[in-house]
Design a protein around this ligand. Sequence first.
Ligand SMILES: NC(=O)c1ccc[n+]([C@@H]2O[C@H](COP(=O)([O-])OP(=O)(O)OC[C@H]3O[C@@H](n4cnc5c(N)ncnc54)[C@H](O)[C@@H]3O)[C@@H](O)[C@H]2O)c1
Length: 367
Amino acid sequence: MSDPVKIGIIGCGKISGIYLKNAPYFQHVRLTACADVDLERARSVAEEAGLQAMSVEDLLASEVDIVLNLTPPEFHFEINRRILEAGKHAYCEKPLAINLEDGEATVALAKEKNLHVCCAPDTVLGAGITTARRAIDEGWIGEPVGGSAFMLSHGPEGWHPNPGFYYQPGGGPLFDMGPYYLTTLVHLLGPVRRVQAVAHRMDKVRIATSANLFGKKLPVDVETSYCGSLAFAAGALVTANFSFDVWGHRHAPIEIYGREGSLGVPDPNTFRGPVGLYRPEDRNDRQWKDLPLQTPYIDNSRFLGVADLAAAILEGRTPRANGDIALHVLEVMCAYLTSSTSGRAVDIASQPERPARMPTGRPFGMM
Ligand SMILES: NC(=O)c1ccc[n+]([C@@H]2O[C@H](COP(=O)([O-])OP(=O)(O)OC[C@H]3O[C@@H](n4cnc5c(N)ncnc54)[C@H](O)[C@@H]3O)[C@@H](O)[C@H]2O)c1
């Protein structure tokens, strides 16, 4: 067996915990170091996880092969650039960048350097979405012709310790949550060809109600509700709406409608099921049937995309959470903005290949 792929983390905030928790399950990788602008934070995370705390500069000069960029969205571009310039592969939290130009420059730089830049979400590699994809690929609903996606919530200011960035460019329901839903749709249906959307901003200020910032005013510099129509290159038409202005709703997260049946796709911000199948022959009892989940990644398995990147490096293949997919999703999100301000439909130029489906029948941690 080859030496484990060495990994460092930049950004030791809220989301870093789950990456640290899951990394040890994968024997072909080893987390070695972490860095943060807040060196104290890096030290305390390092101590708890048995890593070396370093400055960002030292981490980039160290012997790691992959650097995880877990900073807030506005720093993704700059940190990814520095990771790639340092000759390391990058795995970034979503979104890839806060505008298309930066996203394109990131993917171009990675290609120029012959390195990978990968991007969350990796929930699309989990048991739920893998099972849904297999059902579509194997024809259980026939040719997909339509679908819906609803991410409707009241925003993160009630639970996140530092919610300000969710209302700045790179945040909002579209850039924060859109990647989960749109990446899932691309895994299930292939690339998007055209987008038409409308958007609005309900309030100019939101009030934090999370414990440590209770009452703090958060300026809102992004739209907080989007309604979009997506035409997929393969033909399906999908309604995809994103909002931080909704207290409650009863929509399924994602449904895909095929010529021969319908598929209920689980919350793409999770790894779990259920995946529901409705076939016309079930019409008499009007029952949806839950499909058995096809992989062991059912609980919060964030890090799976990093493990896949490390395996891809060792095997010389394309990683599943690759930059072309992330850039396509970024282009679609930017098209929501362009369409809502111009009142016109926007054609999508990038048309990436669907990543390979996750293998089934392998134990947890074995790629
Ligand atoms: N919190 C979640 O539940 C969650 C879930 C999924 C994805 N994400 C994504 O993860 C990323 C980070 O989110 P978070 O919730 O952990 O944020 P956070 O604010 O809790 O942590 C971010 C960390 O990055 C550090 N940082 C900021 N700028 C830096 C820089 N230039 N160099 C080095 N370190 C820097 C900060 O000091 C902080 O420790 C975001 O892109 C977010 O969209 C978060």
